[in-house]
Design a protein around this ligand. Structure first.
Ligand code: PRP
Length: 183
């Protein structure tokens, strides 16, 4: 569905499907240049990263392996706890591999910070992060992110994998959710 189908639920459309497509293409081109001649594994973080992974992989004009992890952010309940639990681990042995973690948003930074150090402990050749969106104002953990699509304000955004109570993930655009939906 697109923004017109959920018009009343959005304050605005932050990024259209076309803008997202162009941005993912730019990120893919940068990754392709940086890993030229090297093996590459991209790791998507379920569930939100499904869309960006699918588009990123298809934008690449080279072979790439894909794997997935699922984590429960904040296992003890609150974001600030920083506790992350692995619900589904990689199927791939990443030792000696070049890995790019692909996610759709970095909010506090706690999930990706934890994941980066977890994957780094498995002796990969390298680990980098690619995120479509980042909220600098929400960040609680310093985190080195090599590939960022857009920095956005600290607002509730949905679409293109991002959900509110499991809805809106299949929205083609990315929009700011109206407060009446969640308050
Ligand atoms: C989102 C996103 C990141 C995480 C970022 O996942 O995909 O993994 O939150 O937040 P942080 O920077 O504050 O740690 P979420 O927990 O919403 O799960 P989902 O992908 O299944 O929607």
């Amino acid at each position: 569905m697109d923004a017109a189908h959920v018009d009343d639920d959005l304050v605005n459309v932050l990024f259209t499907e076309a803008q997202i497509h162009e941005k993912v293409g730019e990120l893919a081109a940068r990754i392709e240049a940086d890993y030229e001649g090297q093996d590459l594994l991209i790791v998507g973080i379920l569930r939100g990263a499904v869309m960006v992974m699918a588009d990123m992989a298809r934008a690449l004009t080279r072979h790439v392996e894909m794997d997935w992890m699922a984590v429960s952010s904040y296992g003890s309940g609150t974001k600030s706890s920083g506790v992350v639990r692995i619900l589904k681990d990689l199927d791939t042995d990443i030792s000696g591999r070049h890995v790019v973690i692909v996610d759709e948003i970095i909010d506090t930074g706690l999930t990706l910070s934890w994941l980066t150090s977890n994957l780094s402990s498995r002796n990969p050749a390298s680990v980098e992060i690619c995120t479509l969106l980042r909220k600098p104002e929400a960040q609680q953990m310093p985190i080195d992110v090599k590939y960022v699509g857009w920095d956005i304000p600290n607002e509730f955004v949905v679409g293109y994998g991002l959900d509110y109570r499991e809805r809106y993930r299949n929205l083609r655009d990315i929009g700011t959710l109206a407060p009446h939906v969640y308050s």
